[in-house]
Design a protein around this ligand. Structure first.
Ligand SMILES: NC(=O)c1ccc[n+]([C@@H]2O[C@H](COP(=O)([O-])OP(=O)(O)OC[C@H]3O[C@@H](n4cnc5c(N)ncnc54)[C@H](OP(=O)(O)O)[C@@H]3O)[C@@H](O)[C@H]2O)c1
Length: 342
Protein backbone atom coordinates (compact mmCIF):
# COMPACT_ATOMS: atom_id res chain seq x y z
CA UNK A 1 0.00 0.00 0.00
CA UNK A 2 1.21 3.52 -0.75
CA UNK A 3 1.13 5.32 2.62
CA UNK A 4 1.81 8.92 3.55
CA UNK A 5 3.34 9.49 6.99
CA UNK A 6 3.21 13.12 8.16
CA UNK A 7 5.75 14.26 10.75
CA UNK A 8 8.16 11.82 9.09
CA UNK A 9 11.23 13.19 10.86
CA UNK A 10 9.53 13.20 14.28
CA UNK A 11 9.88 10.52 16.95
CA UNK A 12 6.60 8.70 16.26
CA UNK A 13 6.57 9.47 12.54
CA UNK A 14 10.05 8.09 11.84
CA UNK A 15 9.46 4.85 13.78
CA UNK A 16 6.06 4.42 12.13
CA UNK A 17 7.47 5.03 8.64
CA UNK A 18 10.34 2.58 9.27
CA UNK A 19 7.92 -0.06 10.61
CA UNK A 20 5.74 0.31 7.51
CA UNK A 21 8.71 0.15 5.12
CA UNK A 22 10.02 -2.98 6.84
CA UNK A 23 6.54 -4.54 6.48
CA UNK A 24 6.69 -3.90 2.72
CA UNK A 25 4.57 -0.77 2.40
CA UNK A 26 5.56 1.92 -0.09
CA UNK A 27 6.06 4.91 2.21
CA UNK A 28 6.04 8.62 1.44
CA UNK A 29 7.05 10.94 4.24
CA UNK A 30 6.03 14.56 4.60
CA UNK A 31 8.77 16.57 6.30
CA UNK A 32 9.76 20.20 6.93
CA UNK A 33 13.51 19.69 6.64
CA UNK A 34 15.03 17.48 3.93
CA UNK A 35 18.45 17.50 5.59
CA UNK A 36 16.99 15.77 8.66
CA UNK A 37 15.77 12.69 6.78
CA UNK A 38 19.08 10.81 6.43
CA UNK A 39 20.14 11.50 10.03
CA UNK A 40 16.82 10.38 11.49
CA UNK A 41 16.25 7.26 9.41
CA UNK A 42 19.76 5.80 9.13
CA UNK A 43 19.71 4.33 12.68
CA UNK A 44 16.31 2.79 11.93
CA UNK A 45 17.72 0.81 9.01
CA UNK A 46 15.20 2.02 6.41
CA UNK A 47 15.53 5.37 4.65
CA UNK A 48 12.51 6.61 2.65
CA UNK A 49 13.12 7.87 -0.86
CA UNK A 50 9.68 9.34 -1.53
CA UNK A 51 9.85 12.60 0.39
CA UNK A 52 7.47 15.54 0.19
CA UNK A 53 8.62 18.82 1.67
CA UNK A 54 5.91 20.95 3.24
CA UNK A 55 3.88 22.22 6.11
CA UNK A 56 0.70 20.43 7.19
CA UNK A 57 -1.12 23.77 7.36
CA UNK A 58 -0.41 24.42 3.66
CA UNK A 59 -3.38 23.11 1.67
CA UNK A 60 -1.44 22.80 -1.58
CA UNK A 61 1.43 20.93 0.06
CA UNK A 62 -0.94 18.52 1.82
CA UNK A 63 -2.86 17.94 -1.40
CA UNK A 64 0.37 17.09 -3.24
CA UNK A 65 1.46 14.79 -0.41
CA UNK A 66 -1.85 12.87 -0.39
CA UNK A 67 -1.98 12.48 -4.18
CA UNK A 68 -1.41 8.87 -5.21
CA UNK A 69 -1.62 7.46 -1.68
CA UNK A 70 -3.99 4.73 -0.47
CA UNK A 71 -3.43 5.44 3.20
CA UNK A 72 -2.10 7.98 5.66
CA UNK A 73 -0.74 8.08 9.20
CA UNK A 74 -1.01 11.62 10.56
CA UNK A 75 1.56 12.03 13.33
CA UNK A 76 2.63 15.65 12.72
CA UNK A 77 1.85 18.04 15.57
CA UNK A 78 3.51 20.68 17.67
CA UNK A 79 4.02 19.22 21.14
CA UNK A 80 4.78 22.49 22.92
CA UNK A 81 3.87 23.73 26.38
CA UNK A 82 5.01 27.34 25.89
CA UNK A 83 2.29 29.95 25.58
CA UNK A 84 4.61 31.82 23.21
CA UNK A 85 3.83 29.34 20.46
CA UNK A 86 0.15 29.08 21.35
CA UNK A 87 -1.31 30.17 18.03
CA UNK A 88 1.15 28.04 16.07
CA UNK A 89 0.30 25.00 18.23
CA UNK A 90 -3.43 25.48 17.68
CA UNK A 91 -3.06 26.00 13.92
CA UNK A 92 -0.65 23.12 13.36
CA UNK A 93 -2.65 20.66 15.38
CA UNK A 94 -6.17 21.58 14.27
CA UNK A 95 -5.79 23.00 10.75
CA UNK A 96 -3.15 20.39 9.97
CA UNK A 97 -5.54 17.62 11.02
CA UNK A 98 -8.43 19.12 9.06
CA UNK A 99 -6.30 19.20 5.92
CA UNK A 100 -4.59 15.81 6.27
CA UNK A 101 -7.41 13.70 7.72
CA UNK A 102 -10.17 15.68 6.00
CA UNK A 103 -8.26 15.41 2.69
CA UNK A 104 -7.76 11.66 3.07
CA UNK A 105 -11.48 11.14 3.80
CA UNK A 106 -12.50 13.34 0.86
CA UNK A 107 -10.35 11.15 -1.41
CA UNK A 108 -12.05 8.01 -0.09
CA UNK A 109 -8.85 6.51 1.32
CA UNK A 110 -9.54 3.15 2.98
CA UNK A 111 -6.70 3.30 5.52
CA UNK A 112 -6.43 6.38 7.72
CA UNK A 113 -4.68 6.58 11.09
CA UNK A 114 -4.80 9.69 13.25
CA UNK A 115 -2.49 10.07 16.27
CA UNK A 116 -4.43 11.77 19.04
CA UNK A 117 -3.35 11.82 22.71
CA UNK A 118 -4.55 10.62 26.09
CA UNK A 119 -4.53 14.33 27.01
CA UNK A 120 -7.93 14.64 25.29
CA UNK A 121 -9.46 12.61 28.17
CA UNK A 122 -7.31 13.89 30.99
CA UNK A 123 -9.01 14.69 34.29
CA UNK A 124 -6.18 14.70 36.83
CA UNK A 125 -7.03 12.41 39.71
CA UNK A 126 -10.10 11.15 37.82
CA UNK A 127 -11.04 7.62 36.75
CA UNK A 128 -8.76 5.44 34.60
CA UNK A 129 -9.00 6.59 30.97
CA UNK A 130 -10.09 4.45 28.02
CA UNK A 131 -10.95 5.41 24.42
CA UNK A 132 -14.61 5.55 25.57
CA UNK A 133 -13.93 8.18 28.24
CA UNK A 134 -15.64 11.56 27.77
CA UNK A 135 -13.50 14.27 26.20
CA UNK A 136 -12.02 16.82 28.60
CA UNK A 137 -11.76 20.56 27.89
CA UNK A 138 -7.96 20.66 27.92
CA UNK A 139 -6.24 23.26 30.10
CA UNK A 140 -3.15 24.01 27.99
CA UNK A 141 -3.12 25.27 24.43
CA UNK A 142 -1.62 21.95 23.36
CA UNK A 143 -4.31 19.86 25.11
CA UNK A 144 -7.06 22.12 23.76
CA UNK A 145 -5.67 21.90 20.22
CA UNK A 146 -5.70 18.09 20.42
CA UNK A 147 -9.31 18.18 21.71
CA UNK A 148 -10.34 20.46 18.82
CA UNK A 149 -8.67 18.12 16.31
CA UNK A 150 -10.26 15.13 18.05
CA UNK A 151 -13.74 16.64 17.71
CA UNK A 152 -13.14 17.18 13.98
CA UNK A 153 -11.99 13.57 13.52
CA UNK A 154 -14.93 12.23 15.57
CA UNK A 155 -17.44 14.06 13.38
CA UNK A 156 -15.97 12.26 10.36
CA UNK A 157 -15.95 8.92 12.21
CA UNK A 158 -19.60 9.44 13.18
CA UNK A 159 -20.35 9.74 9.45
CA UNK A 160 -18.63 6.38 8.92
CA UNK A 161 -15.18 7.53 7.74
CA UNK A 162 -12.69 4.65 8.28
CA UNK A 163 -10.38 6.62 10.57
CA UNK A 164 -8.46 4.75 13.26
CA UNK A 165 -7.42 6.94 16.17
CA UNK A 166 -4.60 6.09 18.56
CA UNK A 167 -4.26 7.58 22.04
CA UNK A 168 -0.63 7.27 23.16
CA UNK A 169 0.43 7.77 26.77
CA UNK A 170 3.92 9.28 27.30
CA UNK A 171 6.00 8.24 24.28
CA UNK A 172 9.50 6.98 25.03
CA UNK A 173 12.07 4.71 23.42
CA UNK A 174 15.38 4.76 21.55
CA UNK A 175 16.35 6.54 18.31
CA UNK A 176 14.64 9.79 19.22
CA UNK A 177 15.43 12.66 16.83
CA UNK A 178 14.61 15.13 19.64
CA UNK A 179 14.86 14.27 22.45
CA UNK A 180 11.12 14.68 22.54
CA UNK A 181 9.21 15.72 25.63
CA UNK A 182 9.30 12.51 27.72
CA UNK A 183 12.90 11.61 26.93
CA UNK A 184 13.95 15.19 27.63
CA UNK A 185 12.40 14.76 31.09
CA UNK A 186 14.46 11.61 31.65
CA UNK A 187 17.60 13.50 30.63
CA UNK A 188 16.93 16.24 33.15
CA UNK A 189 16.20 13.67 35.90
CA UNK A 190 19.42 11.73 35.29
CA UNK A 191 21.67 14.70 34.63
CA UNK A 192 20.17 17.05 37.23
CA UNK A 193 17.72 16.20 39.94
CA UNK A 194 15.23 13.30 40.05
CA UNK A 195 11.95 14.58 41.47
CA UNK A 196 9.98 11.92 43.34
CA UNK A 197 6.40 12.92 43.96
CA UNK A 198 2.87 11.52 43.93
CA UNK A 199 1.40 10.01 40.76
CA UNK A 200 3.68 8.45 38.21
CA UNK A 201 4.49 7.93 34.56
CA UNK A 202 2.83 5.67 32.04
CA UNK A 203 4.94 5.26 28.95
CA UNK A 204 4.38 3.63 25.61
CA UNK A 205 7.36 2.41 23.66
CA UNK A 206 7.56 4.21 20.32
CA UNK A 207 8.25 0.87 18.61
CA UNK A 208 5.04 -0.64 19.99
CA UNK A 209 3.13 2.46 18.92
CA UNK A 210 4.57 2.08 15.41
CA UNK A 211 3.46 -1.57 15.38
CA UNK A 212 -0.05 -0.49 16.40
CA UNK A 213 -0.14 1.95 13.48
CA UNK A 214 0.91 -0.81 11.06
CA UNK A 215 -1.77 -3.19 12.37
CA UNK A 216 -4.46 -0.51 12.10
CA UNK A 217 -3.45 0.38 8.53
CA UNK A 218 -3.79 -3.27 7.56
CA UNK A 219 -7.14 -3.75 9.37
CA UNK A 220 -10.43 -3.75 7.49
CA UNK A 221 -11.65 -0.16 6.96
CA UNK A 222 -13.79 1.05 9.90
CA UNK A 223 -13.72 3.82 12.48
CA UNK A 224 -11.75 2.54 15.50
CA UNK A 225 -10.17 3.97 18.67
CA UNK A 226 -7.29 2.41 20.59
CA UNK A 227 -5.15 3.47 23.53
CA UNK A 228 -1.40 2.80 23.55
CA UNK A 229 0.22 2.45 26.97
CA UNK A 230 2.31 0.14 29.10
CA UNK A 231 1.95 -0.35 32.85
CA UNK A 232 1.91 2.72 35.08
CA UNK A 233 4.95 3.17 37.35
CA UNK A 234 5.14 5.48 40.35
CA UNK A 235 7.98 8.05 40.27
CA UNK A 236 9.72 6.01 42.96
CA UNK A 237 9.50 2.93 40.72
CA UNK A 238 10.85 4.90 37.75
CA UNK A 239 13.76 6.01 39.93
CA UNK A 240 14.37 2.45 41.14
CA UNK A 241 14.29 1.03 37.60
CA UNK A 242 16.74 3.68 36.33
CA UNK A 243 19.00 3.10 39.32
CA UNK A 244 18.95 -0.69 38.86
CA UNK A 245 19.58 -0.43 35.10
CA UNK A 246 22.49 1.98 35.42
CA UNK A 247 23.89 0.88 38.78
CA UNK A 248 23.95 4.57 39.77
CA UNK A 249 22.04 6.61 42.33
CA UNK A 250 20.92 9.85 40.65
CA UNK A 251 20.43 12.82 42.98
CA UNK A 252 16.82 12.88 44.13
CA UNK A 253 14.41 15.16 45.93
CA UNK A 254 11.02 14.25 47.39
CA UNK A 255 8.29 16.85 46.90
CA UNK A 256 4.58 16.58 47.69
CA UNK A 257 2.35 16.81 44.62
CA UNK A 258 0.60 19.86 46.07
CA UNK A 259 3.91 21.78 46.14
CA UNK A 260 4.58 21.03 42.48
CA UNK A 261 1.03 21.94 41.50
CA UNK A 262 1.43 25.23 43.36
CA UNK A 263 4.70 25.85 41.52
CA UNK A 264 2.85 25.12 38.26
CA UNK A 265 0.24 27.75 39.07
CA UNK A 266 3.04 30.22 39.80
CA UNK A 267 4.67 29.26 36.50
CA UNK A 268 1.40 30.05 34.67
CA UNK A 269 1.23 33.49 36.30
CA UNK A 270 4.85 34.28 35.44
CA UNK A 271 4.32 33.11 31.87
CA UNK A 272 1.37 35.47 31.52
CA UNK A 273 3.69 38.35 32.41
CA UNK A 274 6.70 37.18 30.43
CA UNK A 275 6.50 34.05 28.33
CA UNK A 276 9.38 31.61 28.15
CA UNK A 277 10.02 27.96 27.31
CA UNK A 278 9.85 26.17 30.64
CA UNK A 279 7.66 23.15 31.36
CA UNK A 280 6.51 24.32 34.83
CA UNK A 281 2.81 24.75 34.09
CA UNK A 282 -0.17 23.86 36.27
CA UNK A 283 -1.36 21.35 33.70
CA UNK A 284 2.05 19.67 33.43
CA UNK A 285 2.25 19.39 37.21
CA UNK A 286 -1.34 18.09 37.46
CA UNK A 287 -0.47 15.48 34.83
CA UNK A 288 2.76 14.46 36.59
CA UNK A 289 1.34 14.25 40.09
CA UNK A 290 -2.25 13.07 39.50
CA UNK A 291 -2.06 10.88 36.38
CA UNK A 292 -5.22 8.72 36.47
CA UNK A 293 -3.82 5.97 34.26
CA UNK A 294 -4.98 4.73 30.86
CA UNK A 295 -6.18 1.21 30.12
CA UNK A 296 -4.87 -0.14 26.81
CA UNK A 297 -6.02 -3.71 27.47
CA UNK A 298 -8.50 -3.64 24.56
CA UNK A 299 -5.66 -2.86 22.12
CA UNK A 300 -3.91 -6.09 23.07
CA UNK A 301 -7.13 -8.15 23.22
CA UNK A 302 -8.59 -6.92 19.90
CA UNK A 303 -5.47 -6.42 17.81
CA UNK A 304 -2.80 -8.60 19.44
CA UNK A 305 -0.53 -5.57 19.89
CA UNK A 306 1.52 -5.94 23.08
CA UNK A 307 3.18 -3.15 25.05
CA UNK A 308 6.58 -4.07 26.40
CA UNK A 309 7.50 -3.64 30.06
CA UNK A 310 8.55 -0.07 30.98
CA UNK A 311 11.94 -1.32 32.22
CA UNK A 312 12.74 -2.66 28.74
CA UNK A 313 11.82 0.67 27.16
CA UNK A 314 13.78 2.65 29.76
CA UNK A 315 16.87 0.48 29.21
CA UNK A 316 16.88 1.06 25.43
CA UNK A 317 15.97 4.72 25.87
CA UNK A 318 18.85 5.45 28.24
CA UNK A 319 21.31 3.68 25.93
CA UNK A 320 19.91 5.72 23.02
CA UNK A 321 20.19 8.99 24.93
CA UNK A 322 23.80 8.14 25.81
CA UNK A 323 24.66 7.18 22.23
CA UNK A 324 23.18 10.47 20.99
CA UNK A 325 25.25 12.44 23.51
CA UNK A 326 22.38 13.60 25.73
CA UNK A 327 23.64 11.62 28.75
CA UNK A 328 27.20 10.90 29.83
CA UNK A 329 28.80 7.52 30.55
CA UNK A 330 28.74 8.39 34.26
CA UNK A 331 25.01 9.09 34.12
CA UNK A 332 24.07 5.81 32.39
CA UNK A 333 26.62 3.79 34.41
CA UNK A 334 26.83 0.17 33.36
CA UNK A 335 24.54 0.74 30.35
CA UNK A 336 27.40 2.63 28.64
CA UNK A 337 29.09 -0.73 28.12
CA UNK A 338 26.03 -2.02 26.26
CA UNK A 339 25.82 0.88 23.81
CA UNK A 340 26.86 0.28 20.21
CA UNK A 341 29.38 3.01 19.24
CA UNK A 342 27.76 5.49 16.82
N1 LIG B 1 5.32 12.87 22.88
C1 LIG B 1 4.35 12.33 23.60
O1 LIG B 1 4.57 11.86 24.72
C2 LIG B 1 2.95 12.25 23.02
C3 LIG B 1 1.94 11.69 23.81
C4 LIG B 1 0.67 11.56 23.27
C5 LIG B 1 0.41 11.95 21.96
N2 LIG B 1 1.42 12.50 21.22
C6 LIG B 1 1.12 12.84 19.81
O2 LIG B 1 1.93 11.99 19.02
C7 LIG B 1 2.25 12.65 17.80
C8 LIG B 1 3.74 12.57 17.57
O3 LIG B 1 4.40 13.16 18.67
P1 LIG B 1 5.99 13.03 18.84
O4 LIG B 1 6.28 13.00 20.28
O5 LIG B 1 6.49 11.96 17.95
O6 LIG B 1 6.40 14.47 18.31
P2 LIG B 1 7.70 14.98 17.54
O7 LIG B 1 8.84 14.06 17.69
O8 LIG B 1 7.85 16.40 17.96
O9 LIG B 1 7.23 14.92 16.02
C9 LIG B 1 6.30 15.83 15.50
C10 LIG B 1 6.53 15.95 14.02
O10 LIG B 1 5.60 16.90 13.49
C11 LIG B 1 6.30 17.72 12.58
N3 LIG B 1 5.65 19.02 12.46
C12 LIG B 1 5.43 19.93 13.42
N4 LIG B 1 4.79 21.00 12.91
C13 LIG B 1 4.63 20.75 11.59
C14 LIG B 1 4.04 21.47 10.51
N5 LIG B 1 3.48 22.68 10.70
N6 LIG B 1 4.06 20.91 9.29
C15 LIG B 1 4.62 19.70 9.08
N7 LIG B 1 5.17 18.96 10.06
C16 LIG B 1 5.17 19.49 11.30
C17 LIG B 1 7.70 17.84 13.16
O11 LIG B 1 8.61 18.24 12.14
P3 LIG B 1 10.19 18.43 12.41
O12 LIG B 1 10.76 17.03 12.40
O13 LIG B 1 10.64 19.27 11.29
O14 LIG B 1 10.31 19.09 13.75
C18 LIG B 1 7.94 16.43 13.64
O15 LIG B 1 8.43 15.63 12.60
C19 LIG B 1 1.70 14.06 17.91
O16 LIG B 1 0.46 14.09 17.23
C20 LIG B 1 1.48 14.25 19.40
O17 LIG B 1 0.44 15.16 19.65
C21 LIG B 1 2.68 12.66 21.72
Amino acid sequence: MKVLVTGGTGFTGSHTAAELMTAGHDVRVMVRDLAKVQRVFEPLGAVPTDIVLGDVTDEGAVDAALTGCDGVVHTAALVDVSRAHGRQVETTNTRGTELVIGGAVARGMPAIVYVSSTSVFLRPGGPVMTPSSPLADGRSTYARSKVHAERFVRRLQDDGAPICTTYPAAISGPDDPGPSVVNAGLVSFLSGLFVITSGGLQIVDVRDLAALHRVLLDASPAPRRYAAASDMLSWQQIYDVCSALTGTHPRQVRLPGAVLRGAGTLGDVVKRLRDFDFPMTREAMETSTRWPGVDAGATTRDLGVHFRAPADTLRDTLIGLYTAGHLTAAQVGRLAGEAVPP
